[in-house]
Design a protein around this ligand. Structure first.
Ligand code: MG
Length: 503
């Protein structure tokens, strides 16, 4: 059995190594690749993907999994062998269930849909994207049927991004969240002039923004010997291994938070990857347990820490150093308030931490209705706009700033959006548990002592890689299921104080 496990590991290591090469090609594609390199890069990545898929789904791998699965589980649920086999089997089963022709058809449809979406968004013309979205819905229904015919289609898809999560759980969670946020949003709207973001507006040298971003993530614990930070249009975390984690940020000359908070966000993702144990490298248990948990790490550093009062205290001298003169008349309190200016707006990626989840609730409703056949694609813009009005009190002037704003559906991703909200909820739960263990973290943050905080996350979450399903890991780490209340309480307390209203 040991020998068979070694053989399985050798096989998987090859797959992971190819994936690692792909990670780097993908990173380069989104950062430094000259525009005309796109076609060749697309071919290279597709060819790599094909080899990777073939290697991963080789019958020999399936045979080995079947032969040693029970042997590995007998070593104990928490053992490396048992976790390795569970994670591998989960991935393998998904991959082999999708026929090669379907994978090719799906991939081609995504390429076409992405192109169409790009043009449709530029022209704000939903009708040009609608046939592609219809196709995406159909293909996702087929995909769900291949993956798990016994499950509701949405559950089968959700499982790709957040293993173990179900629509029944989300259906309970979103209404509670919306109900909890409503009075906060109302309170903010009634007091909207009380918090100003003026300190963040002006003219900020872009090279200085990037130097500040480097200094911030380094202080949080990002190791530049094991990663780098660059610029891209859409910030992301990628790279090729736990010792080569790459994050990107963006800069807007007249709006500093764009760079700072993209950087803190991606750093949170990176710290999770950097914290994956050395011995997990190139195994199925390397990395993060699910997209929701991953997002909990990025949101924790971006919002819970990065938009806190003690963080403003610590960061103000850095702002002054990188932008001489610009922050002279700005107090710690001004900076804290500027970082937490909240306003209902149209675009998800620009939304603040109060309103963000309403954008997600809307997308969740629409995509479940689309899959159920209860919403026709052609009617999606109208429902989108009505829901925006209902949840956020704003109405898109056109489809580009409405139903066409996100890339996800054009890339075939239905069931992905809820992971953002799950991440926000978990970030607040982790914060509560962390304070119970470490005491007052504010004093640490105010001094820029982030190591105990990162250490806590490392010990509770990062060190387990993908050994457990997200919910199991959360239970193990803090003894809780995913809950709405801690997040609602965190938001309520913070914003009622900031905007001066009573809940
Ligand atoms: Mg993220």
């Amino acid at each position: 059995m040991e020998k068979k496990f070694a053989e399985l590991r050798r096989r998987f290591e090859e797959v992971a190594a190819l994936g690692s090469a792909g990670g780097l090609l993908g990173w380069d594609q989104r950062t430094y690749m000259p525009p005309k390199g796109a076609e060749a890069r697309g071919k290279a990545l597709a060819a790599l993907e094909e080899v990777l898929h073939a290697k991963f789904t080789a019958p020999e791998t399936g045979r080995l999994i079947a032969e040693i699965y029970d042997w590995a589980q007998a070593k104990g649920h928490d053992s490396f062998e048992a976790s390795y086999l569970r994670a591998l089997k989960r991935d393998y089963d998904k991959e082999v269930k999708l026929p090669a022709e379907f994978v090719a058809e799906f991939s081609l449809a995504c390429t076409a849909a992405y192109e169409a979406w790009h043009k449709a968004r530029a022209a704000s013309d939903f009708s040009a994207f609608a046939p592609h979205l219809e196709k995406m819905v159909r293909l996702n229904l087929r995909k769900a049927q291949y993956l798990a015919p016994a499950l509701q289609p949405y559950d089968a898809l959700l499982d790709l991004y957040e293993p173990g999560m179900t629509r029944a759980k989300l259906d309970a969670l979103f209404p509670e969240l919306l109900a909890g946020l409503k009075p906060v949003i109302r309170g903010i709207a009634a007091n909207k002039d009380k918090v100003s973001d003026a300190p963040f507006r002006g003219d900020f040298d872009e090279a200085a923004q990037l130097r500040l971003a480097d200094e911030l993530v380094k202080a949080l614990g990002f190791d530049f010997e094991r990663g780098r930070q660059d610029k891209s249009a859409h910030p992301f975390t990628g790279g090729s291994s736990r010792n080569d984690v790459r994050i990107t940020t963006r800069t807007l000359k007249d709006w500093l938070p764009s760079c700072v908070y993209a950087s803190l966000h991606e750093c949170g993702h990176a710290l999770y990857e950097l914290g994956s144990p050395e011995e997990f490298e190139f195994t199925p248990v390397a990395g993060g347990a699910g997209l929701g948990l991953h997002e909990s790490q990025s949101r924790f550093w971006e919002n819970v820490i990065g938009r806190s009062r003690p963080f403003a205290r610590w960061a103000l001298p850095l702002y002054r150093k990188h932008f001489p003169g610009k922050f002279d008349g700005v107090s710690e309190e001004d900076l804290y308030r500027a970082a937490n200016h909240s306003e209902s707006s149209l675009i998800r990626v620009e939304a603040d931490e109060v309103t963000y989840n309403l954008h997600i609730a809307l997308r969740y409703e629409l995509e479940t209705l689309l899959l159920d056949g209860k919403l026709k694609v052609k009617d999606a813009p109208e429902l989108w706009n009505a829901k925006m009005k209902e949840y956020l009190g704003v109405t898109p002037a056109n489809d580009a700033e409405g139903v066409l704003q996100d890339v996800h559906w054009s890339q075939g991703m239905i069931g992905y959006f809820p992971t953002y909200t799950l991440g926000n909820l978990v970030s607040a739960q982790l914060y509560g548990a962390m304070k119970a263990d470490l005491g007052d973290t504010d004093a640490l943050v105010a001094k820029g002592e982030f190591a105990p905080i990162l250490g806590w996350l490392g010990k509770k979450i990062h060190v387990h890689g993908r050994k457990y399903l997200p919910e199991e890991l959360l239970q193990k780490a803090i003894g809780e299921k995913i809950q709405v209340r801690p997040f609602v309480e965190y938001i309520g307390a913070k914003y009622s104080e900031l905007y001066g209203f009573r809940l």
